[in-house]
Design a protein around this ligand. Structure first.
Ligand SMILES: [Zn+2]
Length: 186
């Protein structure tokens, strides 16, 4: 699981591939010592670990009542699709929400944010314009918005999705674009 010369990722999230669920439904972090995966109770807890992960190593002991002897909560395998966030990504500012949507062909996850008023942002420039136009958010830091999408772990992508992607690439690749967009907006 070594990636690009980096250390084993400490934080990850994963999404189930079945049906219409193409967002993240479980958050987990990997213990630096025993490499077991621990499920995070909430997205906030996960973001907390993720934002500190470049300096503070996550270990089983950082969760109350856990030691490295406790069996893993979850295994890294292809029973679900895993995506790995970049370590150190900032915590989402209070009131805002970070969303990740897996593309239909599993090629990529797209990251976007929703404001407390329900406005959707796809770039940091859009966030900047929103903050400028709404002085009540002037304390919100632009640096806390990060659109880096997590890496989709190829070995956990369902086989049928890989097959479909190959077929689409050899045929008319753009044909399913319309339905993809429709779904994401829903
Ligand atoms: Zn451990």
């Amino acid at each position: 699981m070594k990636e690009d010369g980096q250390e084993t990722p400490k934080t990850s999230s994963n999404s189930k591939s079945r049906g219409a669920v193409r967002s993240v439904d479980t958050y987990a972090a990997q213990c630096h010592n025993c490499m077991k995966w621990r499920v995070m109770a909430t997205e906030e807890e996960y973001e907390e670990v993720r934002c500190k992960s470049s300096s503070v190593k996550f270990t089983c002991e950082s969760k109350e009542g856990l030691t490295c002897d406790t069996p893993a909560d979850i295994e890294y395998d292809s029973s679900r699709t895993w995506v790995i966030d970049k370590p150190g990504l900032p915590k989402t500012p209070r009131g805002f929400k970070r969303y990740l949507v897996l593309r239909r062909d599993f090629s990529k996850m797209d990251a976007y944010y929703i404001s407390p008023t329900g406005k959707k942002f796809r770039t940091r420039n859009e966030v900047g314009a929103f903050i400028e136009a709404n002085p009540e958010y002037k304390d919100v830091k632009l640096d806390d918005f990060n659109f880096t999408s997590p890496k989709v772990m190829e070995d956990t992508i369902p086989e049928e999705a890989l097959k479909k992607a190959t077929t689409a690439a050899s045929g008319n690749g753009g044909s399913n674009k319309r339905s993809k967009i429709a779904k994401e907006e829903a």
